[in-house]
Ligand binder design. Sequence first.
Ligand code: URA
Length: 203
Amino acid sequence: MDLFDTAASPEAVLAALRTELARTADWPDFAVRATQPVPGEGPIGADLLFVGEQPGDEEDLAGRPFVGPAGRLFDRAMTEAELPRDRTYVTNAVKHFKFTMLGKRRLHQGPDAGDITRYRPLLLREIAAVGPKRVVALGATALQALTGKKLPVLKSRGQLLRGLTDAPVFATVHPSYLLRLPDPGLQAEEYRRFVADLRALAH
Ligand code: URA
């Protein structure tokens, strides 16, 4: 099936997306070192669709989004905000882990503008198939992927923005941002703000 066939069912579109992600060897000028692609997961028709940056080391091995340290923090915040994760759809702007080797460690390498642009048609197709009421951008990469603009996350957070999707885009921080804050007091304060952002989405 053609991924962009407008008559296709959402299930068929998401299946075609997985097939396309498994064919990266055929993509021009693209070398992937990841173990596997990490597609989104969650129910079709979910009201809320969360978009992260790209899979990390643990997601790469598991083939599932947000299952590593950032994912565990995300789960905790979702539970506190009384937003059951399994009723939302969770995906990433970029679907493959990108890294450099440091000794035996795989060091996360952030996606660049080219990566965002390459995956964007797939992301937008995935979102259209799920048909959420709101799309949540977790951090700068997702916000850029969803709006086509480099918007400052901290200034845009909590706002509903017009993006490239039918549904409005709600911006908030990425859970990894919280994990990177060196000061425990600030980390706790920012975590509370993140939960408050998620609570606002629950209504
Ligand atoms: N960070 C992301 O942006 N996505 C994941 O799936 C994991 C960590």
